[in-house]
Design a protein around this ligand. Structure first.
Ligand code: SF4
Ligand code: SF4
Length: 111
């Protein structure tokens, strides 16, 4: 289970360079480079819309989770085994992301 750092400040789950989710999903089944991966769990933060229905949709925002399971489809990454990430530490990036496609796992290393 990797320690996870995140630089995606536009995500509703982002807090203090970390993530508040219990787990994340990374996509990129054919990725051969970090830019071809993405954090599928990204959800754009829209502070004005943080009403009850929005929070119900995304689930409650908990505390920072420093270490979490990462379910990853980037099978060409050397840290991937059976679609689970076994890196000790990973970093999700995409500082101006407005969509999951604009995020990526900067810890990707091709096998
Ligand atoms: S982009 Fe992914 S890792 Fe970063 S805070 Fe959002 S859900 Fe968590
Ligand atoms: S380091 Fe590799 S296996 Fe782990 S989340 Fe990133 S791309 Fe997936």
């Amino acid at each position: 289970m990797p320690r996870l750092k995140c630089g995606v400040k536009t995500c509703v789950f982002y807090r203090e360079r970390h993530c508040t989710r219990a787990s994340i999903i990374v996509k990129g089944a054919t990725a051969l480079a970090e830019e071809e991966t993405r954090c599928q769990s990204y959800s754009r933060d829209v502070p004005d819309k943080r009403d009850d229905s929005y929070l119900m949709e995304i689930g409650s925002i908990g505390e920072i989770n420093y270490q979490m399971p990462v379910y990853c489809e980037a099978v060409n990454c050397k840290y991937n085994s059976h679609r689970i990430c076994y890196a000790k530490e990973i970093k999700i990036d995409g500082s101006r992301a407005l969509h999951p496609d604009q995020t990526f796992c900067s810890s990707f290393e091709v096998k």
